[in-house]
Design a protein around this ligand. Structure first.
Ligand SMILES: Cc1cc2nc3c(=O)[nH]c(=O)nc-3n(C[C@H](O)[C@H](O)[C@H](O)COP(=O)(O)O)c2cc1C
Length: 162
C-alpha cells in the first residue's frame, strides 16, 4: 500500500500533522508550495480573501505523482472559513489521478466540514474518503492531538480500499 501525504502549511501546524502522519503510515511526503507572495499584512488580508472566495493559485511543480499512490492524504489550514488556494489548486490539478483521497485540516476553531466540502468542489463529483480536523487548542493538547491522529489513521486505513 503506497501512501502520499501532500500538505500546505504557512505557520507549521499542518506541517506537524503531515510529518506525524507520514511517520505513522510510513508514507511519502510532499510540501505544496504557494508561489504567490503572501508576506505582511497585505499578504495576510489577501490570503483570507483568496481562501474565502475559493480562488486557485500558482503552486510549485510537484515531485511525487499522485497516480503512483493507492491513497493520497491532503492537508490544509483553514483560511477565511475555507480551504487554502494552494491545497485546492493541488487537488484541482491532479483530480483525475487520485485512487483514494483523504483530507486533514488545522484551524483556529473553524470546523472542518465546510473546508472539506470546498475541496470536493474541485474534485468533479468525487468525494473524499475520510477527513479529520484539529483546532489550535486541540493541537496544543497532546492527548486530544494523539487521539485524533490515531482515529484518523484507523478510519482511513480500515476503509476497504487496498
Ligand atoms: C490568512 C489566514 C486566514 C485564516 N482564517 C481562519 C478561519 O477562517 N478560521 C479559523 O478557524 N482559522 C483561520 N486561520 C488560522 C489557521 O487556520 C490556523 O492557525 C492553522 O492551524 C494554520 O496552519 P499552518 O500553521 O499550517 O499554516 C487563518 C490563518 C491565516 C493565516
Amino acid at each position: 500500500m503506497k501512501i502520499l501525504i501532500a500538505y500546505f502549511s504557512k505557520n507549521g501546524h499542518t506541517k506537524r500533522v503531515a510529518n506525524d502522519l507520514a511517520k505513522n503510515l510510513k508514507a511519502d511526503i510532499e510540501e505544496i508550495v504557494d508561489l504567490k507572495d503572501r508576506r505582511g499584512l497585505k499578504g495576510w488580508l489577501e490570503s483570507g480573501r483568496d481562501g474565502m472566495k475559493g480562488y486557485l493559485t500558482e503552486i510549485r511543480e510537484i515531485e511525487k505523482k499522485p497516480k503512483n499512490y493507492d491513497l493520497v492524504i491532503v492537508g490544509t489550514p483553514v483560511w477565511g472559513w475555507n480551504s487554502t488556494p494552494a491545497a485546492r489548486t493541488y487537488i484541482a490539478n491532479n483530480k483525475d489521478d487520485f485512487k483514494n483521497l483523504a483530507v486533514f485540516i488545522t484551524s483556529g476553531d473553524t470546523k472542518p466540514e465546510k473546508t472539506v466540502a470546498s475541496l470536493e468542489t474541485v474534485l468533479n463529483g468525487n468525494k473524499v474518503l475520510t477527513f479529520e480536523g484539529w483546532s489550535e487548542k486541540e493541537l496544543k493538547d497532546e492527548k486530544i492531538y494523539r487521539e485524533k491522529l490515531e482515529r484518523f489513521i484507523t478510519n482511513t486505513t480500515k476503509k476497504n480500499i487496498f
